[in-house]
Design a protein around this ligand. Structure first.
Ligand SMILES: [Ca+2]
Ligand SMILES: [Zn+2]
Ligand SMILES: [Zn+2]
Length: 240
C-alpha cells in the first residue's frame, strides 16, 4: 500500500495497520460461524521513502473474498482479494442426471434455487455429461450428482464449521455420484447408492475416459468407520 499527500507526494514514516475481514457468504459458504481470515507477515509498520508499506498476506484455504483494510492516523482504505481456484464452471442441468446435495451451509439443488455445490473444471462437466448420457442410453437409471466443488473451490467444509473438510473436492476435479440401486449387492443391502448396472458403468467410464482423454478414478466410498457413504467418489483429470 502507498500513502501520498493531497498533491501526490509520497509520505514517509506514516504508521500503517493492516487487518483482514472475510466477506460474509462469499465463495458459496452460506454460513457464518466466525469465518477465518488469513495472516499478514507484518500487520503494522511505517511507510518508506516512496510512501509504501509492503508485506505478505497468506490467504485462508477457503474460496471467497478477503478484504484487506489499511489504516493509519485518521485515514483508511481497503482492497478486496478474491481467493479462488480459477476456471471453475457450474455443472449445467441435463435430463440424464439429477443434481443434489445442497444444504443450509452450502446451498444447492434440490432444496435451493441457487447452486453453490456443483462447480468443476470444464472437462469434469463434459465427463459427467457423457457418462450420464451413455448410461441412460444403455438402459441405466438416472444418476445423482452430489457435491462437486464450491464456486471458487478451496476447502469444502461440509458441516459449515470452517473445519471438517470434504475428502478433497477443492479444485473442481472431484464428484460424488450415486446410482439409485437399493438391492445391489444383494448381500450388502446397506450399500445404497450403487449403480444398478455397475459392470455396464465400468465399461462406459473406460470409453468416456479414452474418448475425452481423461483420467477417471472412482470407487464406492466409505467413511473412516467403514460405513458406506452411499455414493462413489470420482476424481477426473485431463490426460491419461
Ligand atoms: Ca454422447
Ligand atoms: Zn462452508
Ligand atoms: Zn467425495
Amino acid at each position: 500500500m502507498r500513502v501520498t499527500s493531497p498533491s501526490g507526494r509520497p509520505v514517509q514514516g506514516f504508521p500503517v495497520n493492516l487487518t483482514a475481514r472475510a466477506v460474509l457468504y462469499s465463495g458459496g459458504h452460506d454460513h457464518d460461524g466466525n469465518r477465518p481470515v488469513g495472516i499478514f507477515e507484518q500487520n503494522h509498520g511505517q511507510t518508506n521513502e516512496n510512501g509504501e508499506f509492503r508485506t505478505y498476506y497468506y490467504a485462508t484455504q477457503f474460496g471467497g473474498i478477503e478484504r484487506i483494510i489499511a489504516s493509519g492516523g485518521n485515514i483508511s482504505d481497503s482492497a478486496d482479494l478474491t481467493v479462488r481456484v480459477p476456471g471453475l464452471i457450474l455443472l449445467y442441468d441435463y435430463p440424464d442426471y439429477i443434481k443434489v446435495g445442497g444444504t443450509q451451509n452450502h446451498h444447492g439443488p434440490p432444496d435451493w434455487q441457487e447452486d453453490h455445490n456443483h462447480f468443476c473444471m470444464p472437462e469434469v462437466a463434459n465427463a459427467i455429461f457423457e457418462i450420464a448420457e451413455e448410461y441412460v442410453d444403455s438402459g441405466g437409471e438416472r444418476i445423482y450428482i452430489n457435491d462437486l466443488s464450491l464456486p471458487y473451490g478451496g476447502l469444502f467444509d461440509i458441516e459449515g464449521n470452517w473445519d471438517t473438510p470434504h475428502n478433497s473436492h477443492r479444485k473442481g476435479e472431484n464428484a460424488d455420484i450415486a446410482g439409485n440401486c437399493v438391492i445391489h449387492p444383494p448381500n450388502r443391502p446397506e450399500e445404497r447408492g450403487r449403480f444398478c448396472r455397475e459392470n455396464q458403468m465400468i465399461n462406459i467410464i473406460d470409453v468416456v475416459a479414452r474418448n475425452l482423454n481423461l483420467q477417471i478414478n472412482w470407487s464406492y466410498e466409505y467413511d473412516r468407520q467403514g460405513n458406506p457413504r452411499h455414493h462413489y467418489h470420482f476424481t477426473i483429470r485431463g490426460g491419461r
